[in-house]
Design a protein around this ligand. Sequence first.
Ligand SMILES: [Zn+2]
Length: 297
Amino acid sequence: MRVALKVDVDTYRGTREGLPRLRRLFARLGIRASFFFTLGPDHTGRRLVRAFRPEFLRKVRRTSVVANYGVRTLLYGILLPGPVIGRACRDELRTLEEEGHEVGLHVYDHSLWQDHVRYRDADWTRRQIEKGLIAFRDIWARNPAGHAAAGWQINEATLELEEALGFRYASDCRGRGGPFHPSWNGRVFRCPQLPTSLPTLDEVLGRDGVNGDNFPQYFERLLLDAPEDHVHTLHAELEGGRYLEGFERLLHLWRAAGAEFETLEERLARQPSGNLSVRPLVWATIPGRAGQLASVA
Ligand SMILES: [Zn+2]
């Protein structure tokens, strides 16, 4: 039973403050994880527009968005210019692989991608991914192996580009099971998908009596109820922020339950290549999260 830890880093603050905390925690526990970075401008504030959606308002109330993201972050792209994250954090990002972690591309502009990619064309999508790749190469002097679409939002061109641009794998969707070839509108794509199989912390907080204290036991139960390989997505802003201590407890609980940790690249490498199944991706809703997400049917 292995859990691949996928760390999405969405904001400047998450990169500056959450990332070092998670690095120290993982170093202490001897854990290697896969980090996916937002490398362009932090425009988190633009997502405040979504506050007019009732789902988001409920989430704001459940998960204290201001406490987790900070007031500055919520103004980036509205009242404050958003820092260009990759450029501003170049030095600390560069040394991450020395600790055995994997680095991959989350996105260039998180709020832009998350809110628009579904309805944009191939040219737009290519420009966004290429901006991300340029920023990635500026730090690591090569292309990333993995791409993890922001907010689990994609379009057909995303799958096409992941294949064309030579990504070894992508983690763009939700659902159970190991790596597979995605199909979309009947078309099959070669770049394997590794789905996030467990809910994220922000999806469960405030639901079913789960809170900042007892979430480790909740996630422990999820693993005990489905004792198989998983991909767990966490956020530098949350598990690397005010939920750090609980997250450490969760890692100990999972270990005690027999889980080992791995990176997504390691997960993929364990899969005998050449015999991946084809599974269709569809849009689905996930409890605790607004809108629809790319999911395994
Ligand atoms: Zn994200």
